[in-house]
Design a protein around this ligand. Structure first.
Ligand code: ATP
Ligand code: MG
Length: 164
């Protein structure tokens, strides 16, 4: 891929819809890393992603628990590693086993744990756009798993395509 795929959302429901559209492409063992400043919509994206997996339970921010699991078409592991102080804590979380149990793992502030996971994941970078409720959503594939689906990713975010 030459550069990130870029989507622009104009409301929280758009970001949820992007998450849901990407969830339709998710396969067992996938990892999605969410990066972006406070309040850019990582949890909102995950809520949409969960809905796209058919999760009916309400998805809440796992900030104080680090990890929560939800049942859907695939099991969803939702982590928020903002509070991790040391890489050792990420290792202790057992990410390798989590990502290997047939579910899908979505990690907020995921860039922190990159050294502890296989170099094969979708990175979703969220940032603030021009207007208050605008968000820029950039997709970067790392490794072959998501790269193989890059055309589907492109199609999935079609309604919100922006930037380059
Ligand atoms: N286009 C948009 N996409 C996503 N969220 C939006 C958008 N416009 C406004 N918002 C608001 O921004 C906030 C995003 O909060 P959210 O908890 O999803 O962010 P976060 O990145 O998970 O934050 P944290 O870093 O605290 O975990 C919500 O209050 C949501 O309503
Ligand atoms: Mg959050």
């Amino acid at each position: 891929m030459t550069g990130p795929l870029v989507a622009v959302t104009r409301a929280v429901d758009d970001t949820k819809a992007v998450g849901a559209a990407l969830a339709a492409l998710a396969q067992a063992g996938d990892i999605v890393l969410l990066s972006g400043d406070l309040g850019t919509g990582k949890t909102a994206f995950t809520q949409g992603f969960a809905a796209g997996l058919g999760v009916t339970e309400q998805v809440v921010s796992p900030t104080f628990t680090l990890a929560r699991d939800y049942d859907g078409r695939l099991r969803l592991h939702h982590l928020d590693v903002y509070r991790l102080d040391h890489l050792q804590e990420a290792i202790d979380l057992g990410l390798a086993e989590l990502t290997d149990d047939g579910g899908v793992t979505v990690i907020e502030w995921g860039e922190v744990v990159i050294p502890t996971i296989p170099p094969d994941y979708l990175e979703v970078r969220l940032s603030y756009g021009e207007a208050d409720d605008d968000r820029v959503v950039e997709l970067v594939t790392v490794g072959v798993r998501w790269q193989a689906r890059v055309r589907s990713l492109e199609a999935a975010i079609g309604p919100w395509r922006g930037g380059t």
